[in-house]
Design a protein around this ligand. Structure first.
Ligand SMILES: Cc1cc2nc3c(=O)[nH]c(=O)nc-3n(C[C@H](O)[C@H](O)[C@H](O)COP(=O)(O)O)c2cc1C
Length: 423
């Protein structure tokens, strides 16, 4: 048997997020790919964010009429066309020209929210004007409070409906592979300079016509002439605020009248505090394995957080979502919605706006198929008993395993099951 993926660059022929990832790897130079793909240190958390999905089994129901299926959800009191949205990622302009605008346009067209990073390469006003749709603004609360206040006022004026405060980056993660591509800070080594020259499609899209992308939202923080990503990164590194704490959340709550979301929570204790300090939602996240290596995966925390806070707080999460079935598993475990990180970036890197739209379409059609096969016709109708942790005694006592006729799910793993789902 010879299995081979499509080797061309037509994003319409990508069937999976992995296909888009491989296309992006052909189009984008190594240093930019490393920034997207890499995790901290041994990348244990990066890998765990993916492998956790293998530990969860779906238990389908059958003989249910699923001829009409609906994928819409309600998120913060408004309809959203799909149970996922686009999460914040910085430096998107390195994947394709005007990456943020392209991604936001794809999200608006699909009827889902888009989150703009503080360190985006497009100004928040530009994205609002050219993309429209539901826009959320991610905030890194640097030490300069006046700058933060101005940014928040700008977001409010431009119609952003939510502020997403990222709280897992008080100290910058140790991404060693990223550092190794540079001879000195922000200066590529010779190997990577040559690699850039080997990527003409990318060069003629990003660098040659437009030069190094600029960080359009943080210019007020940077000395004149230092707003290109090259000049900005070291300055921003020095502005990181390691003293960030819950009083800062209280300050934000006071000045931001709309939806407030805390991103980077990994425990029931912190999710509870987020609710107490007036947040409307949390994103369980380990920053895609880019910050604390060894950190627990959001999927492992989700059942506890949902048990403690469902209904009091909108519960979202991200990390490793590459398949519709991954997203459905999160919904079954109590999430209100999932944020895409790299999955959307692979589309953007593979083929700009059309690539991003293709990533969204692929996941939507996978979710549609998965819920149909599970025996459910809408997201709200997903039955939480349709899931088991793949752990000792997994299928015993469940509807598929009782008689010994259940699907074979491989050797019994050694992991302790999550308490909520222990059979
Ligand atoms: C290239 C890249 C840039 C990111 N930039 C930001 C950012 O500016 N702000 C933020 O809150 N999170 C940022 N993140 C984290 C994502 O929002 C998200 O938590 C993570 O990507 C989820 O994991 P996944 O990529 O495996 O889906 C970034 C992630 C990546 C991969």
């Amino acid at each position: 048997m010879k299995r081979r993926r499509y080797q061309g660059s037509d994003v319409a022929r990508a069937l999976t997020i992995e296909d888009l990832r491989q296309m992006a790897h052909r189009r984008v130079p190594n240093f930019a790919l490393e920034y997207v793909e890499g995790g901290a240190e041994e990348e244990i958390t990066l890998h765990r964010n993916r492998s956790v999905f293998d530990d969860i089994a779906l238990v389908p129901r059958t003989l249910v009429d699923v001829s009409e299926r609906r994928l819409g959800i309600e998120l913060f009191g408004r309809p959203s066309a799909l149970p996922f949205l686009i999460g914040p990622t910085g430096f998107n302009g390195f994947l394709t020209h005007e990456g943020d605008v392209r991604l936001a346009q794809a999200a608006a067209k699909a009827g889902i929210p888009f989150t703009l990073s503080t360190v985006s390469t497009a100004a928040l006003e530009d994205v609002a004007q050219r993309a429209g749709g539901r826009l959320w603004m991610q905030l890194y609360l640097y030490r300069n409070r006046e700058w933060a206040r101005t940014l928040i006022e700008r977001a409010e004026r431009a119609g952003y409906e939510a502020l997403v405060l990222t709280v897992d980056i008080a100290v910058y993660g140790n991404r060693e592979w990223d550092v190794r591509n540079f001879a000195k800070p922000m200066q590529l080594d010779l190997r990577n300079k040559l690699d850039v020259l080997m990527h003409p499609r990318w060069l003629f899209d990003v660098m040659i016509p437009h030069g190094t992308p600029h960080l359009a939202n943080v210019s007020g923080l940077l000395p004149p002439g230092k707003t290109s990503t090259r000049g900005a990164s070291p300055v921003l590194g020095r502005l990181h605020n390691a003293s960030l704490n819950w009083e800062d959340v209280a300050w934000l709550r006071d000045i931001w009248p709309r939806t407030l979301i805390i991103k980077g929570v990994n425990s029931v204790a912190d999710a509870t505090l987020a609710a107490q300090y007036g947040a409307d939602g949390v994103v369980l996240s380990n920053h895609g394995g880019r910050q604390l290596d060894g950190a627990i995966s959001p999927m492992e925390v989700l059942p506890e957080v949902a048990a403690a806070l469902k209904g009091k707080l909108t519960i979202m999460l991200d990390g490793g979502f590459r398949r519709g079935s991954d997203i459905v598993k999160a919904l079954l475990l109590g999430a209100n919605a999932v944020l895409l990180g790299r999955a959307a970036l692979y589309g953007l890197g593979a083929g700009g706006g059309p690539g991003a739209a293709r990533a969204i379409d692929i996941l939507a059609s996978e979710i549609d198929r998965v819920i149909g096969l599970l025996g459910t016709d809408c997201i709200a109708g997903l039955d939480p008993t349709c899931i088991r942790w793949r752990a000792q005694g997994l299928l015993h006592g469940s509807n598929v395993g009782e008689e010994g006729h259940g699907p074979h799910l491989g050797p019994e793993p050694m992991r302790t099951p999550h308490p909520e789902y222990r059979e």
